[in-house]
Design a protein around this ligand. Structure first.
Ligand code: NAD
Length: 367
């Protein structure tokens, strides 16, 4: 099959890590007989430098005609980069917000997986880390508190701020359906997280999730209050498969989940709309502190490409092969600096490699 992939290399380490993910996709193409064609799309600081704006209409059009978009990261050092002297709507991040909106991306997926080889980076108690975890946080991306009406005004001489949390049943339905679809490709369990003991929006959330669950009899569905979920993530993360939740709860819980893996350079993400289209990117940023040094960890971007294979192209087998190749490279002792143990010596079997070498090693393990 032939797939058209929009590529937003972006800023900082973006172009370095995206190059490795493309290498891996090309290797998958060779082994499985697929063809990936790439359309380079400008977004972020590099687009500001070239066009004066972080995202042009042509760039949006190019993304829309792609089957999926693979992205590195955008942005620079807020203290030193001239991009941050611009008004907020012209800064690099504004490009990403505009793209997400234009592509109607409403579902954000962030897996949190603990590789046994990287257990020592996990900040949890040893017995909990030993049990491992493999979960997917599914966060609604376009509604809730972040998009509700807000205002700050003086009422009776006191400054008062209001934010509103709105969800309608259609918004809840489409994300819930996506969550159950994803669970069908995993361990078939959905934990829907809300605050139904207090919030009306959560009570509606729960009702709609219950309704969707009836269409997926193979998937176990449970409800959990968000405060309990925050605790359970550090107490017993192994219990989770898909965590399905609204925008702000998902924002907070997905950061908590990424922290317990101990390594931001390993974490992919995807944002999906109601077609097969998705935007796939590492969870971390453009890491200006290490850009251009050839030491960035490309694994999060490579695993984002694996998510693209699975969720946009339905190439589950190919995605598994990429994930297994990443595991094998770690088992063989190869590490980029960010995931290396503090002490590296010849007898602990660890070798530190750069960005390009890590990409090559993953490719070598795709057979
Ligand atoms: P960051 O994630 O870029 O960096 C935080 C730390 O993690 C740094 O020490 C960095 O070196 C390290 N790191 C991140 N990714 C790594 C990788 N793949 N390999 C090795 N080390 C890695 O976060 P920040 O410093 O807060 O942000 C830098 C810029 O990135 C800002 O302009 C921010 O707005 C932008 N950003 C962009 C995105 C995106 O493109 N979606 C997301 C987050 C931040």
């Amino acid at each position: 099959m032939k797939y058209k992939v929009g590529v937003i290399a972006g800023d900082g380490i973006g172009p370095e890590v995206v190059a490795e993910a493309k290498k891996v996709l090309n290797r998958i193409g060779e082994v499985f007989g697929h063809e990936f064609c790439y359309e380079e799309i400008l977004m972020g600081g590099c687009s500001i430098d070239a066009t004066g704006v972080p995202l042009t209409e042509e760039a949006i059009a190019a993304a829309k005609v792609s089957d999926a978009v693979l992205m590195g990261s955008i942005g620079g050092d807020a203290k030193t980069s001239p991009w941050y002297q611009l008004p907020p709507e012209l800064r690099p991040e504004a490009g990403l917000l505009k793209l997400r909106k234009s592509l109607k991306l409403f579902a954000n997926l962030r897996p949190a997986y603990l590789y046994k080889e990287l257990k020592s980076a996990c900040p949890l108690r040893e017995d909990i880390a030993n049990a491992g975890f493999d979960m997917m946080i599914m966060r609604e991306l376009t509604g809730g508190l972040y998009f509700g009406e807000r205002k700050t005004e003086e009422l009776d001489g006191v400054m008062t701020a209001v934010d509103t949390l709105v969800y309608n049943e259609n918004e809840i339905y489409r994300i819930a359906k996506r969550g159950f679809d994803i669970a069908m490709k995993r361990k078939k369990k959905v934990t829907s997280v809300d605050k139904a003991n207090v919030l009306d929006s959560s009570r509606l959330w729960r009702k709609v999730v219950e309704k969707v669950a009836k269409d997926y009899p193979e998937v176990a569905c449970e409800h959990m209050l968000v405060d309990n979920c925050a605790m359970q993530l550090v107490r017993n993360p192994a219990q989770f498969d898909v965590i399905l939740t609204e925008n702000m709860f998902g924002d907070i819980l997905s950061d908590e989940a990424s922290m317990i893996t101990g390594s931001i350079g390993m974490l992919p993400s995807a944002s999906l709309n109601d077609t097969k289209f998705g935007l796939y990117e590492p969870s971390g940023g453009s890491a200006p502190d290490i850009a251009g040094k050839g030491i960035a960890n490309p694994i999060a971007t490579i695993l984002s490409a694996a998510m693209m294979l699975r969720y946009s192209f339905d190439l589950d087998k190919e995605a598994e092969v990429v994930e297994a190749a990443v595991k094998k490279v770690l088992t063989d002792g190869y590490r980029t600096e960010d995931i290396a143990p503090q002490i590296v010596c010849s007898n602990n079997g660890i070798e530190i490699v750069g960005t390009a070498k890590m990409g090559d090693l993953v490719c070598e393990n795709i057979r």
